[in-house]
Design a protein around this ligand. Structure first.
Ligand code: DGI
Ligand code: FE
Ligand code: FE
Length: 194
């Protein structure tokens, strides 16, 4: 499947606004893949499909989470978290993508996970810094993403966690666990900076 075919499939699943976001994530993910030595085609495909399930009905997503024995704690937290694991499932079963690296990058693009792969970090970060995003602090993350992928992911996690806390929203445990894991590794590898 080439880029145009993939984009045509995803275009039917999402709104125009989300499609423009998807193009931004795709372009950003390819740049990050080139910069940090990941397979550009995998980054492209994962980015194109990362929000595939974003507009599925909550009841359909809930049914899939239960039927496929996905992490049951998902149901205790914001429904916004559901489109990531459900998306990975639907991209495998409706679109026919079998590459586990790509499926995991989709599955963990909202919460992250402990021991993220390079591709997972790239999709997580591209989703956060694509040109259409205007969160407070995003420019600082864009700058750091030019030279330090792990630090940029840590900053994106930190901003997301603080944003949710300020809104008095619960934080999904995996998001915290990802933050802790990344910070511990970063301190070990880079000598306690940040
Ligand atoms: O799908 P996108 O909007 O492109 O971005 P995303 O997949 O990162 O989803 C962002 C949404 O998910 C946003 O509304 C905040 C929410 N979210 C992200 N992490 C957590 C979370 N919600 C809760 N409750 N806990 C989290 O850890
Ligand atoms: Fe998403
Ligand atoms: Fe997204």
């Amino acid at each position: 499947m080439n880029r145009e075919e993939a984009l045509l499939i995803v275009k039917k699943q999402i709104t125009e606004h989300r499609y423009i976001h998807t193009i931004g994530v795709m372009e950003t993910a390819i740049i990050l893949a080139r910069r940090y030595g990941e397979d550009e085609r995998k980054a492209e495909t994962a980015a194109i499909f990362h929000d595939y399930a974003k507009f599925r009905k909550k009841q359909e997503m809930k049914n899939i989470i239960i039927r496929e024995n996905m992490a049951s704690d998902l149901l205790l937290f914001d429904t916004e978290l559901w489109h990531a694991p459900v998306g990975a499932y639907l991209v495998e079963h409706e679109v026919g993508i079998k590459d586990l690296d790509i499926l995991n990058a989709i599955k963990y693009h909202t919460s992250g996970r402990v021991t993220m792969t390079l591709l997972e970090k790239i999709i997580y970060l591209a989703d956060y810094i694509e040109p259409g995003r205007h969160f407070p602090g995003v420019d600082e993350v864009r700058d750091v993403a030019e030279s330090d992928l792990d630090l940029a992911v840590i900053m994106a996690l930190r901003n997301t966690i603080s944003f949710l806390m300020i809104k008095k929203q619960p934080i999904y445990p995996d998001t915290f666990l990802t933050y802790n894991d990344m910070v511990k590794q970063y301190r070990q590898e880079k000598g306690g900076k940040n």
